[in-house]
Design a protein around this ligand. Structure first.
Ligand code: AMP
Ligand code: MG
Length: 394
């Protein structure tokens, strides 16, 4: 699917400065050896490692300093000869003939001589990165399909990638079903609910590298649902929320059936999120997610986000999980894989996770206190305190 997605995706050129989070459509290739010259990794003196072992030099006045080379400066005075050293700065090109750099902290210099502290003999190559050791000209430094994070941006900059070819973002239709919904700027009546899913989903779409079409609210009506799905076929992925349960006014599945949809699954053994449906309609993927906000969030993270990342050409599979040590025992009923809101705190000693009390899958206040969901496998009745557990990241 990822290969198909890549072939059918538009490719755009973007400036490096705005490329963070995009997926690379053409590999970043080293335009020259990296480093391009043998690079000193310390301030000090470039010299011949052999000389550091010579008794006469140790006993005498040390190595003769024949010049200085700074970062960005070219050394033009020819190869270093036996008994000679060049004062050098971090990032400068090591002059030919020298094969090591003695750290300035390990030397004492007087007039034009430098002595190396006892016991600080170096082997060939120390404190130098040889030319081409990191990458050879023509090597792929960042491959196609990689989402551009900080290191990839830095590597692209080092390769002269001022403009990068990236895949176009998959466009996602977000259809919120429910007669009770009002938008965030409106004043809800007592029995009405603000449409939080629309905004949560827009944020999740963005985080998964997609682009959200203007959100639409769909009334709980079969015809209206069909029409909305038809309009949404201009997008690459259709995400519906609500209306997938067994209620009298849940029309999403019926509307999809009427539109000849193919269903890959109609329900999942998870909680929250059991009624989720997935398939294809009119050549587009759709996901029908339950309307309870935490169900929506969890099922998007489990099913829609990986799909969207793959549709965007990214070479990464699966939802985002992390591991953490559970602070207190968890007990649940078996039969469904459960996702329980939880807070992970990381330190240098590792990650610890504790549950957040909640009133079920409508409890957005609990979700806002959490930063992940502890996964309890369907066969487990209990997770013990101190156990390393899996946490789903939203
Ligand atoms: P449903 O899946 O349509 O049966 O909805 C389940 C619950 O989620 C109900 O309490 C709805 O009011 C709520 N809900 C449905 N859609 C949304 C939405 N877009 N934003 C916030 N809550 C919603
Ligand atoms: Mg509903």
């Amino acid at each position: 699917m990822r290969e198909d997605a890549r072939k059918s995706r538009n490719v755009e050129k973007v400036a490096l400065a705005g490329a963070t989070g995009r997926v690379l459509a053409e590999a970043v290739v080293a335009d020259r050896d990296q480093p391009p010259f043998p690079r000193a990794t310390r301030d000090g003196f470039a010299c011949r490692s052999e000389d550091l072992k010579r008794g006469d030099l140790k006993a005498g006045g040390g190595l003769r300093v024949v010049g200085q080379v700074r970062a960005g400066e070219a050394w033009t005075l020819g190869a270093i000869r036996p008994g000679e050293a060049v004062e050098i700065m971090t990032g400068a090109a090591v002059p030919p003939g020298a094969d090591c750099v003695v750290m300035v902290e390990h030397t004492s210099a007087s007039d034009s001589f430098v002595s190396v502290a006892a016991g600080r003999e170096l082997s060939a190559g120390e404190n130098i990165v040889p030319a081409g050791a990191e990458a050879r000209a023509g090597d792929i430094v960042v491959p196609v399909g990689r989402r551009l994070g900080i290191a990839e941006i830095a590597a692209a900059a080092a390769c002269g990638g001022a403009q990068l070819a990236v895949f176009g973002k998959p466009r996602v239709a977000i259809l919120s079903t429910g007669d009770e919904l009002v938008d965030v700027g409106e004043k809800p009546l007592l029995q009405q609910i603000r449409n939080s899913n629309r905004y949560a989903l827009e944020a999740q779409v963005l985080a998964a590298g997609g682009e959200a079409a203007p959100g639409e609210v769909v009334r709980d009506d079969l015809g209206a649902t069909e029409k909305a799905i038809r309009r949404a076929l201009e997008c690459d992925l259709i995400v519906l929320t609500g209306g997938v349960s067994m209620g009298k006014f849940d029309f999403v599945e019926q509307a999809l059936v009427a539109l000849d949809a193919e269903f890959f699954f109609t329900g999942v053994l998870i909680q929250p999120g059991k009624p989720a449906v997935f398939g294809k309609v009119g050549g587009r993927y759709f996901l029908g997610l339950p309307g309870n906000p935490i169900s929506t969030m969890v099922t998007f993270a489990l099913f829609a986000a990986p799909l969207l990342r793959a549709m965007g050409g990214e070479d990464a599979a699966g939802p985002h999980f992390r591991m953490a040590r559970l602070e207190e025992e968890v007990r649940v009923k078996t039969g469904l894989t459960r996702f329980l809101p939880a807070r992970v705190e990381s330190s240098v000693r590792g990650a610890r996770v504790r549950r957040i009390a909640w009133q079920g899958s409508g409890d957005l206040a609990a979700a806002a206190k959490a930063n992940g969901f502890v996964v309890v496998p369907e066969t487990a009745e209990q997770l013990a305190a101190g156990e390393i557990v899996t946490v789903l990241e939203i």
